[in-house]
Design a protein around this ligand. Structure first.
Ligand SMILES: [Fe+2]
Length: 136
C-alpha cells in the first residue's frame, strides 16, 4: 500500500496558511492509508474520505479567496482543477459502497497523484505572485 507522505520544504508554496493546510491534507491522506490497510468496513473509508472532502473544501476556499483578492491571472486554472477533483472524489464515494477495496486502491492512487501534482504544479505557480503582493 501507499507509503507515508512526509511534507518537506520542496512542497512549500511560500504562503504560511496554505502550507499549513497542505500539511493537514497530507496528514489526512496518511490516516486514510492506514485505515485502508486495516479496515474491512466501507463506512470507515467513507468517513475518512468525507473528512478529506470537508478539509479540502476549506482549503480550496482559502486559496481561491486569496488569489481572487489579488486578481491572480490563472485563478480559472485553480478553480477548474479544484472542481474536477471534487467531482472525481464524489464519484469514488458513490462507488465505494459496492466495490470497497478495489475502488479505494484506485481512489488512494488518484489522491496521492492529484495532491502531490497540484501542490507542486499549479499551486507553486502562484508563489511569486502572492509573495510579490506581500502575502507570505
Ligand atoms: Fe490549489
Amino acid at each position: 500500500m501507499t507509503r507515508e507522505i512526509v511534507w518537506n520544504e520542496e512542497y512549500s508554496v511560500g504562503v504560511n496558511i496554505l502550507d499549513r493546510q497542505h500539511q493537514t491534507i497530507i496528514n489526512v491522506l496518511n490516516k486514510l492509508f492506514i485505515i485502508y490497510d486495516t479496515t474491512t468496513e466501507a463506512k470507515d473509508l467513507v468517513t475518512i474520505l468525507n473528512e478529506l472532502i470537508d478539509y479540502a473544501n476549506l482549503h480550496f476556499t482559502t486559496e481561491e479567496t486569496l488569489l481572487e483578492k489579488y486578481h491572480y491571472r490563472d485563478l480559472i486554472v485553480q478553480r477548474n482543477e479544484h472542481s474536477i477533483y471534487q467531482q472525481k472524489i464524489n464519484k469514488f464515494i458513490d462507488r465505494i459502497a459496492n466495490e470497497e477495496h478495489q475502488v479505494m486502491s484506485e481512489a488512494t492512487g488518484f489522491l496521492v497523484d492529484w495532491w502531490m501534482g497540484h501542490i507542486q504544479g499549479s499551486d507553486k505557480d502562484y508563489t511569486r505572485f502572492l509573495n510579490n503582493n506581500g502575502v507570505f
